[in-house]
Design a protein around this ligand. Sequence first.
Ligand code: SF4
Ligand code: SF4
Length: 442
Amino acid sequence: MEKNLIDIIAQSGIVGAGGAGFPTHVKMNAKAEYVIINGAECEPLLRVDQQLMAVETKKILEALKLVKDFVGADKAVIALKDHYHDAINSFNKYLGEYEGISLHLLENFYPAGDEQITVYEVTGRIVPEGGIPLKCGVIVSNVETMLNIYNAYFDDEPVTDSYVTFAGEVKNHITLKLPLGMTVAEALAMAGGVTVDGPFVVINGGPMMGKHVPLDSKITKTTKGLIVLPESHPLIQDVKMDINQMLHVAKAACCHCSMCTEVCPRNLIGHSIAPNKTIRFASYGNLCDGSATPMIAFLCSECRLCQYACIMNLQPWKVNHMLKGMMAKEGIRNTLSNAPESAHPMREYKKYPIAKLIRNLGLTKYNVAAPMTALPYEVDHVSIPLGQHIGAPAEPCVAVGDTVNKGDVIAKPAEGKLGACIHASISGTVKAIADGCVSIEK
Ligand code: SF4
Ligand code: SF4
């Protein structure tokens, strides 16, 4: 019987591994002209995708070919930074075997991996405001997601693990494949432990867009990096700064220079987002522009670049986040859907170099290699979250006391709801189903 790609992706619990975890069987169930693998990995310190592309090259190409044929795309493109030499050399060995698949080399700027920016860089098309890449005929997928598609389709392996880079104040800067449901504390121990004596913070994800997480939080399908920094590090203090305090400072300190808007990557592709206006609105209740509304905050990706362009270290991104929350609470949705015909004419000269960003973030000493490492380890307990994806949490299909094998389905999407299957990441007995997790002991 012919295999059905979408069914296999759904049954294997594959979600976007590099972002918020959008269920891949929904994203791929479409027709598109382009499929792009987003291998930019533009957040400083993260190393997963560039290494997977170098070592799992053939599998990634096979999965891309599958998806390209399924969605009827003419072109499939792997977008990656021009300094990912190992990955580029490895792809170049095999590309001749794959018709319609090519590489697109990106400069080393932030945020080259924002999918709307990647789409513009590769195709020259601009995703409309509030839209998704499919609006302009493009499907964008993460590198590890493609590897998961290969594993599911060719090897019947569902998603049970995630690749994670350890960075910052950890003994060993490495990249490991970890079982879903392991705690952050256990994961950090595998990297040799934390090297800072005083209080510290763990960031799940990149330093720009990652979230501060407690030590008992779990490794999920979207965990790509764990970065440990002293609590006193400016990057941590910036995120913790109270918004009212920041707005108080902004009233006096914002000189309306618009430098934040000058670097805003979404503004540079023609969207009407303008962080200088949202700061002004939050400070004075006025946008000073009859054609703009606070709704422009919905167009913010929260990449946080505006803060690093601001000479006063103000945080327009935080204002946008606050405004989005306030509007959502009132039931107000984005209505902006402008489709720009062209990007800012000076966009090419306004790209924010990663090296400058790393310096400004105070991360230079942590910007080191984190080689992929296979460590022998025994995991005797996992607590696997039922909500690792966009949509409703999955509903358990096992009971306490059941015996499960690694790879067995333990939860499925609720009937008629957006979601993804969850699988056991170790073999053992289901010990508890509580607090949104299924706990398994060996
Ligand atoms: S860069 Fe800073 S000072 Fe300039 S307009 Fe933006 S928030 Fe105000
Ligand atoms: S965080 Fe700032 S720079 Fe990034 S999209 Fe939002 S407004 Fe623009």
